[in-house]
Design a protein. Structure first.
Length: 256
């Protein structure tokens, strides 16, 4: 599948890595449904994309019903879905034994609900529609791309909840890919290092400079367009399936 044939649904599409994927797909002639919990950011993203090839649907990825409705809206908009990209995510940082009190379970659970359950919800609802697509010459009907993090492998102090949620995404990649082979649907995960998106832009300049300097090569933060090009390669290369790819300039995060 090439990008011009892509009918994508992208969670977290209003910002950062999800928006970069949307922009890249549209610039190459594909169609995109952005889904995001932030209505204002979604409308702004749509305005910036300035194209009839994109639409926005407000939905919370942790809601099974809202995501089913979003997938149905996307199917109607593009006459089908063949790519789902899970980019919605929250950091939910905090120590297990915080200064004031132990981490409330609700805080831990918020990372799991958005990052892990949200990725499951969209993957499941999109796959349910993809299974009815016509197969290409390889028998392929769709591609699911998840976004984990290098924190799935070497989470820092304060990332117990985030790392657990991202580790869950890495863990479900292979079993989901194995199960969906019978429908010709591939499942891949990208584990980014540190990328310059609104999630990171809010950090102080000193911290951003230190983060960039900690990357062995190239010694800088990742560009969202580099993430989008990795997503493009996954969409186009049918032989990629069931794996997690680190996209991180060889960074290995220190404990803090
Ligand atoms: N930026 C990085 O350095 C980095 C590194 C590793 C992993 N990631 C992961 O990449 C993904 C994208 O991150 P980003 O940097 O683009 O962040 P971002 O904050 O720019 O974008 C995330 C988007 O997700 C949306 N969102 C949050 N909760 C949602 C919900 N419940 N339902 C629907 N939408 C929701 C937000 O409104 C936002 O538009 C996240 O999963 C993040 O954990 C980012």
């Amino acid at each position: 599948m090439n990008l011009s044939q892509t009918k994508a649904i992208i969670s977290g599409g209003a910002s950062g890595l999800g928006y970069a994927c949307a922009e890249h797909i549209i610039n190459n002639g594909g169609q995109v449904t952005l889904i995001d919990i932030n209505q204002q950011a979604g409308e702004q993203a749509l305005e910036s994309l300035n194209t009839k090839l994109a639409t926005f649907f407000k939905a919370d990825v942790s809601s099974e019903t809202q995501i089913q409705q979003a997938c149905e809206a996307s199917r109607k908009f593009s006459d089908g879905i063949n790519v789902a990209i899970n980019c919605a995510g929250v950091l939910a940082g905090g120590r297990v034994l915080g200064r004031e009190e132990p981490m409330p379970l609700a805080h831990f659970n918020s990372a799991i609900q958005v990052n892990l359950v949200g990725s499951f919800n969209l993957s499941k609802a999109a796959a349910n529609l993809m299974q009815h697509n016509d197969a290409d010459e390889d028998g392929q009907r769709g591609v699911i791309i998840n976004t984990a993090s290098v924190a799935a492998f070497e989470g820092q102090i304060g990332q117990a909840a985030y790392s657990a949620s991202k580790g869950g995404i890495v863990g479900m990649t292979l079993p989901m890919a194995r199960e969906l082979t019978r429908f010709g649907i591939r499942v891949m995960t990208i584990a980014p290092g540190v990328f310059l998106t609104p999630m990171v832009a809010g950090l102080s300049d000193d911290i951003k400079a230190a983060l960039g300097a900690s990357v062995p090569f190239p010694s800088r933060l990742g560009e969202p367009s580099e993430f989008a090009r990795m997503a493009e390669h996954i969409i186009e290369n049918t032989y990629l399936n069931g794996s997690t790819i680190r996209l991180d300039g060889a960074v290995r995060l220190e404990p803090k």
